[in-house]
Design a protein around this ligand. Structure first.
Ligand SMILES: [Zn+2]
Length: 408
């Protein structure tokens, strides 16, 4: 009882502390020291984890290793959910606030990619070594440091190695966490992704479509008079090109790829296009999305009217990607805390926008940010990806101190 009372009192006191006073709290200081001391070990772990392939939609082997690591680290309620996310809980004095702290398992690299890590002095080179094996290693190091220093947080930290962050993965792991597995249970969110000491507080959302225009097709001379799927698509592209979008918040659209047709002397039976729309602002993204859907339907209607319904042309407008947009205000408690904590490790920790797992909680109005895992890096998402270990322990310490500051 006395111990519990002491912790509660300490928790109350700590709540009012700033990041710098928190950093010199003896227990927290011991954890920060542990993080520095253990950095070389967790760089080895970063390499080992990176050499377990985790191609898009095929993260299971790496996930099973994280299940083992979470169990070994003493996390509670370790499990893998339906989307393949590995979850482990570090209970605090109470269940809330519940901080979700995560890094993503998946890479952009297809099966068969050589993921052997090459070490040249301070530089590590391998596909995925920075994005996001760095985040995964930082997460493991944070768990170890909290454990070694016996840090008792007032709130709970739920650690997750998640799936589907990259490309057509479409944040499917994090969507599953917030919509199903941990629905209604998470109060704050931090993901560690890539390198450096940046803080991402704006989540760029996107819609991606593949629209396939279809008709019976026929001879260009003999069957002339039928609606033409490619000409219908041309009408749609012309309309899309006329969209007016805000520059702030930056909102964009792009017809990126087109294809179809049989030959120069055939009315095509099919034409297709791939379209990408983005914005960090929910409403602006929905507005351009609505315009796009209307433009495609109008183009088909006009084409059919032009050819008096002969054909006729139809469209299959398939959504192939959706990442929700959102942001966490620079004035919010979580961003202020992140900036304050980061200032202990870097002069001007930059705030920025990106598309990361944090998009999902941001869109739901849950305080969320993504942070870099420290160190440096080049050529993300390429076979020449590198990670620079110089002073990388600072990134681990920053993530650790932030986790402690937010789990209260
Ligand atoms: Zn990443």
């Amino acid at each position: 009882m006395r111990i519990a009372f002491f912790f509660l009192a300490a928790a109350g006191m700590l709540h009012a502390q700033t990041a710098s006073t928190l950093a010199v709290d003896p227990t927290v200081k011991a954890a920060l020291d542990a993080a520095q001391r253990n950095e070389a070990h967790f760089i080895d772990e970063q390499i080992r984890v990176c050499e377990i392939p985790a191609p898009p939609f095929k993260e299971e082997v790496r996930a099973r290793e994280f299940e083992r690591l979470f169990q070994q680290a003493g996390l509670k309620d370790v499990r893998i959910d339906k989307a393949g996310n590995v979850i482990g809980v570090r209970p605090g004095l109470s269940a809330h606030p519940n901080l979700l702290f995560q890094a993503h398992l998946d890479t952009v690299f297809p099966e068969g990619t050589d993921v052997k890590v090459k070490r040249n002095g301070l530089i590590l080179a391998a596909p995925g070594i920075a994005d996001d094996c760095r985040g995964l290693a930082v997460m493991l190091s944070v768990i170890r440091a909290l454990d070694e220093a016996k840090v008792q947080t007032p709130g709970t930290i739920t650690f997750v190695a998640d799936t589907g962050e990259e490309g057509l993965g479409d944040l499917r792991g994090t969507k599953e966490l917030f919509n199903v597995t941990l629905k209604g249970q998470i109060d704050k969110f931090v993901s560690v992704d890539g390198t450096g000491l940046r803080i991402t507080n704006i989540g760029v959302g996107s819609y991606r479509y593949r629209a396939t225009f279809k008709g019976p097709g026929g001879h260009s001379f003999g069957a002339f008079g039928l609606g033409n799927p490619i000409q219908a698509m041309g009408r749609a592209i012309a309309k899309i090109d006329e969209f007016e979008v805000p520059t702030t918040p930056k909102t964009t659209f792009n017809v990126g790829r087109v294809g179809g047709g049989t030959s120069v002397n055939s009315i095509p039976f099919e034409g297709w296009m791939e379209v990408d729309m983005r914005s960090s602002d929910k409403d602006s993204l929905e507005t351009v999305h609505a315009k796009y859907k209307k433009a495609v339907q109008q183009a088909v209607d006009e084409e059919n009217k032009r050819w008096k319904g002969r054909g006729p042309v139809t469209v299959d407008n398939a959504l192939v990607g959706y990442r929700p947009a959102g942001s966490t205000s620079a004035d919010s408690a979580i961003v202020k805390t992140a900036v304050e904590v980061s200032k202990l490790f870097a002069e001007n920790p930059p705030l920025g926008e990106s598309s990361t797992d944090a998009n999902v909680p941001m869109n739901l109005g849950i305080p969320a940010i993504t942070i870099g895992g420290g160190g440096g890096g080049t050529a993300n998402h390429s076979l020449d990806e590198t990670f620079d270990t110089k002073d990388s322990y600072l990134g681990t310490q920053r993530a650790l101190l932030l986790a402690v500051a937010l789990a209260r």
